[in-house]
Ligand binder design. Structure first.
Ligand SMILES: Cc1cc2nc3c(=O)[nH]c(=O)nc-3n(C[C@H](O)[C@H](O)[C@H](O)COP(=O)(O)OP(=O)(O)OC[C@H]3O[C@@H](n4cnc5c(N)ncnc54)[C@H](O)[C@@H]3O)c2cc1C
Length: 320
């Protein structure tokens, strides 16, 4: 199999796009965990570059991986053989037509939340503390404080692996809790229906939510946010028993516990922190330990929210 590390592929990619191509780029720089080895990374200048890269990768059977702000994934220490297509500037439009907003996948969610709120439009303002891109938010159906992307999305513009674009109506996007079923696509933009509201009230709300985030979570430390999804609770689960993933991990005594340089945050047990030079294996070992301890003590299965990435850009299942 040809990989994206192949010099011939890198040269062909460089000739096919206007954006920058970096070889052996440390992925730790592009992940909020600050973990991950080298890969070939394309910083596309616009949608045409993404389409050209996908066409080339598909033609040469090179695997590829769409990266947003890297706030919900764990890259392997050996890096990726897959081509990393980093969706950011150049794909960060924000336009309004009536109550319908088109938002580029490369725009950071906090910025989209603040700019729409400042213009007097509510609906995504609660995303102010979710530090990913809009594309990553759509793919993950990110959410907080009771709001999720699926509440407002009307459609998603995607590129298929052959470089052709396609509009996916919200009903066909398969949104569930912290997941979508968009499949092997690159999200270019989404169209959302927002509601007009008083901008001062919205801005006061976003300020308060942001403060809550900053004060209640290890927000500015290297991490990926919530490591596990909140578990499904069996019928009759006691009111005073732990309910969230963080409460479960805290209940089994793992707050502050470390494997290598990966630590269960003493501030919030569902946040695992890279305290310095943690490697992916440290984080995975800590996840396995938390999962096993919670299953033994509470009989609940914790499913990862963070995506564990294999060298070929596919996802690893923790139960394997
Ligand atoms: C401190 C902190 C707090 C957080 N709080 C929350 C929270 O409250 N709620 C919440 O839901 N999440 C939270 N997260 C997790 C994370 O911010 C979200 O999941 C976010 O939406 C991921 O966006 P991203 O751009 O960083 O995606 P990435 O981490 O880059 O990628 C995540 C997945 O999306 C895919 N992807 C990204 N962009 C695209 C694209 N354009 N096209 C196709 N696929 C793409 C990737 O391939 C990968 O599978 C938090 C993270 C941190 C670090």
């Amino acid at each position: 199999m040809t990989t994206a590390r192949d010099p011939g592929f890198v040269a062909a990619l460089g000739a096919a796009v206007r954006g920058q191509v970096r070889e052996a780029e440390p992925l730790a720089r592009w992940s909020t965990f600050r973990i991950g080895g080298p890969a070939t990374v394309l910083f596309p200048s616009g949608p045409e570059d993404v389409a050209s890269a996908l066409r080339l990768a598909t033609e040469r059977q090179v695997p590829w991986f769409a990266l947003g702000l890297g706030s919900n994934l764990l890259f392997p220490d050996e890096g990726l053989d897959a081509l990393v297509i980093r969706i950011g500037k150049g794909l960060d439009r924000l336009d309004r037509d009536g109550d319908s907003w088109r938002i580029g996948a490369g725009m950071p969610q906090p910025l989209a939340a603040k700019r729409t709120a400042a213009a007097g439009w509510g609906g995504i303002h609660k995303m102010v503390g979710v530090p990913g891109s809009v594309g990553g938010g759509v793919v993950m159906n990110a959410g907080c404080h009771g709001a999720e992307w699926r509440d407002v999305i009307t459609s998603v513009l995607v590129l298929d692996p052959d470089g052709h674009d396609r509009v996916v109506p919200a009903a066909a996007a398969g949104f569930t809790y912290r997941r979508s079923a968009l499949g092997r696509v690159v999200v270019l933009e989404t169209t959302v229906a927002l509601h007009a509201a008083d901008h001062a009230a919205l801005e006061a709300e976003t300020d308060a939510l942001y403060k809550w985030r900053r004060d209640g979570t290890p927000f500015n430390q290297p991490c990926c946010g919530s490591v596990f999804k909140n578990p499904k609770l069996p019928d009759g689960w006691a009111d005073d028993a732990p309910r969230t993933a963080g409460q479960c991990i805290e209940r089994v005594g793992l707050k502050g516990h470390r494997v290598g340089a990966a630590e269960v945050s003493p501030m919030h047990a569902n946040y695992f922190i890279n305290t310095g030079d943690a490697c992916a294996a440290d984080v995975v070992a800590l996840m396995r330990e938390a999962r096993a301890r919670v299953a033994d003590a509470l009989g609940l299965v914790l499913e990862p929210e963070v995506k564990l990435i294999r060298a070929d850009g596919t996802f690893e299942d923790l139960s394997e």
